[in-house]
Design a protein around this ligand. Structure first.
Ligand SMILES: [Zn+2]
Ligand SMILES: [Zn+2]
Ligand SMILES: [Zn+2]
Length: 211
């Protein structure tokens, strides 16, 4: 039968006796030190609970893992030596977005340290969002959120807004199409089809104007 030897006190046990115990019943030290630690490390990594680049990595005063303090998000890493569209990126490269307005900010240098979701960029690197002016002060970049939406499409939306019909009197967009039923109903009420009335398509919910 399989035996387990306590590394701390040397006592040997039958595996079946101690398999559910975490500590040695003789000396009280962890029985499965190595495996326990490894499991913990894997868990922490996959859940990303450990917000650290490890010992020996110094953070600047503005460097923070706090999502509110993140200036840039990263979304693609080109490893050093990777070839992309015929260009060899000897030093690697990271593509980034502004975390404040979502626009693209070009690329930042390959990280000096990284975890699964966070990159630490050389503190000497300076950059600014060309769209909103947000400056890169926090050199920790977090991974771009999965629900990020391309702001260029958002901007097209804003342009579309210009074409949304608005009330010519008060500029309100709270207007609605006068339905056929309404037209029919008013034709009934007036007894005759009033051309002037029926040709109007929208009614403003704010000021009541018909146009
Ligand atoms: Zn022991
Ligand atoms: Zn920006
Ligand atoms: Zn109006």
């Amino acid at each position: 039968m399989a035996k387990v030897v306590c590394e701390s006190c040397g006592t040997s046990f039958l595996y079946n006796v101690v398999k559910d115990m975490e500590i040695c019943p003789v000396c009280g030290k962890p029985l499965w030190e190595d495996s326990a630690e490894e499991t913990e490390k894997v868990d922490n990594f996959s859940q990303n609970k450990v917000l650290s680049f490890g010992d020996g990595v110094e953070l600047g005063e503005n460097d923070s893992f706090d999502e509110d303090k993140i200036d840039f998000w990263w979304y693609e890493i080109i490893e050093p030596g990777d070839v992309w569209e015929g260009i060899t990126f000897t030093d690697g490269d990271v593509s980034a977005n502004c975390a404040k307005c979502g626009h693209f900010v070009g690329s930042v240098p390959y990280p000096v340290a990284k975890t699964k979701d966070y990159l630490l960029i050389d503190s000497r690197f300076k950059s600014k969002c060309g769209h909103c002016g947000n400056e890169l002060k926090n050199h920790i970049l977090s991974k771009r959120p999965a629900d990020w939406a391309d702001p260029r499409k958002r901007d097209m939306w804003v342009k579309d807004y210009e074409n949304i019909p608005k009330c010519p009197i008060c500029s309100s967009i709270k207007i609605h199409k006068i339905s056929l039923t309404n037209k029919a109903a008013s034709a009934l009420a007036f007894g005759v089809l009033s051309v002037g009335h029926v040709s109007k398509t929208y009614k403003c919910d704010t000021c009541g104007a018909k146009f």
